[in-house]
Design a protein around this ligand. Structure first.
Ligand code: NAD
Ligand code: DAU
Length: 361
């Protein structure tokens, strides 16, 4: 079956990997990337596929109902994979309204435009919403010493929603709207809730790219609190593969959790990053540990996230493909080899890419 898929947020970190996978794997599909290019959107993330015949870029805001309607009509959109969001927890603490606008109202705008467009004919249609494990709140750290897992509990699909940050509250709200469109109007929706992603093209406000870049430039590494918080890390291409699978084979109305089964305390992860960067730069391993700086904790900092991804494995056969140490090595190499990409972001230059390519931003 040929498809016309609207992917939102395709110029961001995860979105760019999903767009690339879909464009390359499905030459018969038309992939329309709708992105407003906020500070987190960077068309350089897609430079290698932007000339592909099955790829289109539309610059628009997901909160702009007319623009979304127009795009869906122009490209006869039959499926949506929705990744556009404000995604950084620290920013949500400073500016919660922007998160409510984009994550809640933007998702509702897309749902409404899709509902109007498909007008009750759900045959072959899909509205797939990409969400986060942060909607489930925080898990206890009952085994802080030794090896992962650091507690008995894991987040599963039935875990009660208990978001704490403005970011996770806005994502939880958007998940509820997606379910409401399934339950009320019969829209064939899918939701996945994923753990922390890492890999190439991640904006350097997030822990891993920020710290790799700071180690490279011998700048302080601001570890929140004592670095005891635990995250479950997944390589971004494994997430993109899971999205492809759920999009094609997931059961409408269902939710699937996606995770790496890979819990790390922040401080241990930071030391692994330091060892890897030092080695690849030819410095004595561990030399950069002096850069670690413990700073005030993030407000409401969730202690531990850990995903039970057994439903996705059982029903659709998905498992992560990459060992973490290998993924980190690959990621560190990518950032060190693509210093230009990083420099254009830290200097603000990447914002001019759109202007050069399309004459205006
Ligand atoms: P990102 O911040 O790297 O990219 C977000 C993209 O959305 C950018 O290209 C931005 O320009 C675009 N965007 C933002 N507001 C928009 C608007 N109003 N209209 C149109 N486009 C807009 O985000 P990411 O880390 O790639 O996350 C993508 C999705 O995956 C988000 O929904 C996020 O909640 C979810 N998620 C992320 C992670 C993670 O670890 N990064 C884990 C689980 C789920
Ligand atoms: O769990 C999925 C979520 O993972 C996604 O929904 C979010 O979009 C994504 O940003 C990510 O959220 P986190 O807050 O976990 O990611 P971040 O990289 O910001 O932080 C990872 C951990 O590192 C967290 O415990 C906070 C800590 N941290 C982060 C930064 C930026 C620090 O100690 N110092 C820092 O400077």
């Amino acid at each position: 079956m040929k498809r016309n898929i609207l992917i939102t947020g395709g110029a961001g970190f995860i979105g760019s990997h999903v767009v690339r996978l879909m464009v390359e794997k499905y030459p018969d599909y038309r992939i329309v990337n709708l992105d407003s290019l906020t500070y987190a959107g960077n068309l350089a993330n897609l430079a290698d596929i932007e000339q592909a015949p099955n790829y289109r870029f539309v610059r628009a805001d997901i909160c702009d109902l007319d623009a979304v309607r127009r795009t869906m009509r122009e490209y006869a959109v039959d499926s949506v994979i929705h990744l556009a969001a404000e995604s950084h927890v620290d920013r949500s603490i400073r500016d919660p309204f922007t998160f409510a606008r984009t994550n809640v109202m933007g998702t509702l705008t897309l749902l409404q435009a899709a509902r109007e467009r498909w007008n009750g004919d759900w045959e072959g249609k899909r509205f797939y919403h990409i969400s986060t494990d942060e909607v489930y709140g925080a898990l206890a750290l009952t085994r802080p010493e030794g090896e992962a897992p650091y507690g008995d509990e894991l987040f599963c699909e039935a875990t009660r929603y208990d978001p704490h940050s403005p970011y996770s509250a806005s994502k939880a709200s958007s998940d509820h709207f997606v379910r409401a469109y399934h339950d009320t109007y019969g829209m064939p929706t899918l939701i996945t809730n994923c753990s922390n992603n890492y890999g190439p093209y991640q904006f350097p406000e997030k822990l891993i790219p920020l710290f790799i870049n700071n180690i490279r430039h011998r700048k302080p590494l601001p570890v929140y609190g004592r670095g005891e918080n635990v995250r479950d890390w997944l390589y971004v291409e494994d997430h993109a593969r899971a999205i492809d699978l759920v999009f094609h084979e997931g059961r409408p109305g269902e939710t699937y959790n996606i995770g790496g089964c890979n819990e790390w305390k922040n401080i241990d992860l930071v030391k692994l990053l330091i060892r890897t960067v030092d080695r690849l730069l030819g410095q004595p391993e561990g030399d950069s540990e002096e850069l670690i700086t413990f700073v005030a904790d993030r407000a409401g900092h969730d202690l531990r996230y850990a995903i039970d991804a057994s439903k996705l494995r059982r029903e659709l056969g998905w498992t992560p493909s990459l060992q973490f140490e290998e993924g980190i090595e690959r990621t560190v190499r990518w950032y060190l080899d693509n210093q230009d990409w990083m420099d254009r972001i830290t200097s603000g230059d990447y914002m001019r890419y759109y202007e050069e390519m399309y004459g205006g931003r």
